[in-house]
Write a protein that binds this ligand. Structure first.
Ligand SMILES: Nc1nc2c(ncn2[C@@H]2O[C@H](COP(=O)(O)OP(=O)(O)O)[C@@H](O)[C@H]2O)c(=O)[nH]1
Ligand SMILES: [Mg+2]
Length: 200
């Protein structure tokens, strides 16, 4: 267990928006936790509920976030990556996306954890697998959030999340059932983030 005071320090009542970057993200001494996943999977909603403040803009129109959005919590930064896999985005934009994210992920010594969001309502997607494999190669620790589990019948949640984890080659305890709307898995996600920052 992480002590309450430490959780309060890591997740204070107020977070601030650092900026939206469509090029290199300025370096900072703070540890970073990045949120990655398909567009519309619920990244911004997850950040808001984890921070406890409506700081990241959510949208029901997929493919909206085209920049890397950075939030400062005081002791750490959360980074909202632009979503991938949006069909209507043209090839050149997809190439821009790859370059932007590739440049960020490959040169980030302060990156402590990648939170990979996967839609629990859909069958395992190749695109998610590609991202997870890429992250594996870069050696970043990965926490999976199986999002929107509120849309699944309660009795099916556990088995669905276990199947997703297996399909993506992650240990089953590395994928947390999550819902921003019903506040499921939020405390677990905060704890996992806190652990990723603790030394050793
Ligand atoms: N049912 C359900 N819908 C969600 C949840 N989180 C996000 N959404 C919806 O999914 C859509 C995309 O959310 P957003 O956070 O903007 O996704 P992003 O593109 O990954 O940042 C919005 O319409 C949200 O209302 C959730 O936990 N449950
Ligand atoms: Mg978003």
């Amino acid at each position: 267990m992480i002590p309450r005071a430490e959780m309060k320090r890591l997740f204070p009542a107020r977070a601030t928006f650092v900026g939206a970057f469509s090029g290199p993200v300025p370096q900072s001494p703070l540890p970073e936790v990045v949120f990655a996943g398909r567009s519309n999977v619920g990244k911004s909603s997850a950040i808001n509920v984890i921070v406890g403040q409506a700081i990241a803009r959510t949208s029901s129109t997929p493919g909206r976030t085209q920049s890397i959005n950075v939030f400062d919590l005081g002791a750490l930064r959360l980074v909202d990556l632009p979503g991938y896999g949006y069909a209507k985005v043209g090839k050149s934009m997809r190439e821009d996306w790859k370059r932007l994210i590739g440049a960020y992920l490959s040169d980030r010594p302060q990156l402590k954890l990648v939170v990979a969001l996967i839609d629990a309502r859909r069958d395992p997607q190749d695109l998610d697998k590609v991202l997870l494999e890429q992250l594996g190669r870069l050696g970043h620790p990965v926490l999976g959030l199986a999002t929107k589990v509120d849309d699944l019948p309660k009795a099916k949640r556990e088995s669905t999340v276990a199947a997703l984890a297996a399909a993506h080659g992650l240990p089953s305890d590395a994928v947390i059932p999550f819902s921003a709307t019903e506040n499921i898995g939020v405390e677990e996600a905060r704890e996992a983030i806190a652990w990723s920052l603790s030394p050793g």
